[in-house]
Design a protein around this ligand. Structure first.
Ligand code: NAD
Ligand code: WQD
Length: 339
């Protein structure tokens, strides 16, 4: 059985990826400090997949714990999801973001080097592209024009890993740039469970739909887009999880720096997302138009050819499916994992 260390495996994307990994015959071993996730997730992964992954509760910055994990297991690859991800919070707490995201990744890379583990898949973000002048965005576009500490931490880790791979060419390092992950496992057993007020569109809509919040604020309707609201490339978290399996199979054992967009190639506006969700939940989503949110770009979607050609992977689920699965999860678990 191929053992894969999954840092942040109790989180939103990590939990879905663990389920898909088990299905595909991999054995995930999870390291997570539960900073943004609940112990219940492990039981749900077990219920869905028939296998309860080994779980180490701890921090990716804990060198001794990483040493222990690598000596107890023959790890084939590491998927590194662990990190902090709230853009607004990163402006207020830059130290925490650089410490968790940048320093944490460096500790991991260093212990991997000492333990002889040569394959790393890193969760990066489309945010590293800033706001390009043309769409779709392909992997050769310039990166680094980021506007907040969260985005900068992702860009910095990418640059560190690029140098580390160049100095040790036998390493396989994949930088996966996710667009906007949404949706949930179709069972409704696992999904996104933001703490406090959701920062992102889809979980906010879902909480309005289930009655936890009164109405959605739409941040701007005066963008140069078809209906004036912001356009993003929303990707179903199950497609994203499958993108990691494809990466494990296609490139994780091939030396090199492998950079891929994980998106659908299709942009949808805020109003289109609201409409798709209304159809899924069967009632209107109250909203009001508000001023633009600082730092937001107008539109963004991925070029997907490289992933299709080299990973043999393409996202297939529609925004209707994303809305239906989010609604299934939210209505079954109105308060997330805390019942
Ligand atoms: P998440 O917060 O749900 O999951 C991250 C997990 O990492 C959580 O379970 C958290 O407890 C854990 N964690 C955080 N810091 C840790 C540390 N120092 N040591 C050990 N565990 C730690 O987030 P997610 O949406 O699943 O995102 C996963 C990764 O993908 C993150 O790196 C994020 O930056 C990246 N990403 C997310 C999105 C998105 O919109 N969700 C988009 C692009 C990239
Ligand atoms: C989507 C659209 C908003 C909330 C962020 C990070 C990015 C990545 C994904 C991690 C925009 C609008 C939103 C609301 C709204 N994360 N919106 N009302 O900003 O594209 O990306 O999450 O890497 O780095 O920046 O996603 O879901 O916040 O916003 O009108 O209450 O919805 O203005 O047009 P975003 P989002």
């Amino acid at each position: 059985m191929k053992k894969i260390l999954v840092t942040g495996g109790m989180g939103y994307i990590g939990s879905h990826t663990c389920v898909q990994m088990i299905e595909a015959g991999f054995t995930p071993i999870i390291l997570d400090n539960l900073a943004n996730s609940k112990p219940e997730v492990l039981l749900r992964i077990a219920r869905l997949s028939g296998h309860k992954p080994m779980f180490y509760e701890g921090d990716v910055r804990d060198r001794r714990l990483l040493d222990q994990i690598f000596s107890e297991h023959q790890i084939e690859s590491v998927i590194h999801f662990a990190g902090l991800k709230a853009v607004g919070e990163s402006v207020l707490k830059p130290f925490e973001y650089y410490d968790n995201n940048v320093y944490g990744s460096l500790v991991l890379a260093d212990v991997m080097r000492q333990s002889g583990v040569k394959s790393l898949i890193f969760s990066s973000s489309a945010t590293v592209y800033g706001e390009p002048e043309t769409m779709p965005i392909d992997e050769s576009f310039t990166t680094g024009a980021v506007t907040n500490p969260y985005g900068r931490s992702k860009y910095m880790v990418e640059e560190c890993l690029r140098d580390i791979q160049q100095a040790a060419p036998d390493l396989s390092i994949a930088l996966l740039r996710y667009f906007n992950p949404v949706g949930a496992h179709p069972s409704g057993l696992i999904g996104e469970d933001p703490q406090g007020i959701p920062n992102n569109l889809m979980p906010f809509i879902a909480q309005v739909a289930v009655g936890r919040r009164e109405s959605l604020s739409i941040f701007g309707d005066d963008y140069l887009t078809a209906d004036g609201t912001g356009v993003r490339d929303y990707i179903h978290v199950m497609d994203l999880a499958d993108g990691h399996i494809a990466t494990l199979k296609a490139v994780a054992q091939t030396a090199g720096l492998h950079i891929f967009n994980l998106g659908t190639g299709k942009g949808s506006s805020v109003l289109e997302m609201v409409k798709a969700f209304e159809e899924a939940c069967g009632h209107p989503i109250p909203y009001q138009i508000c001023p633009r949110r600082g730092g937001d770009i107008s539109e963004c979607w991925a070029a997907t050819d490289k992933a299709a050609q080299l990973l043999g992977w393409k996202a297939s689920r529609s925004i209707e499916q994303m809305s239906a699965d989010t609604w299934h999860w939210q209505s079954k678990n109105p308060n997330g994992y805390e019942q």
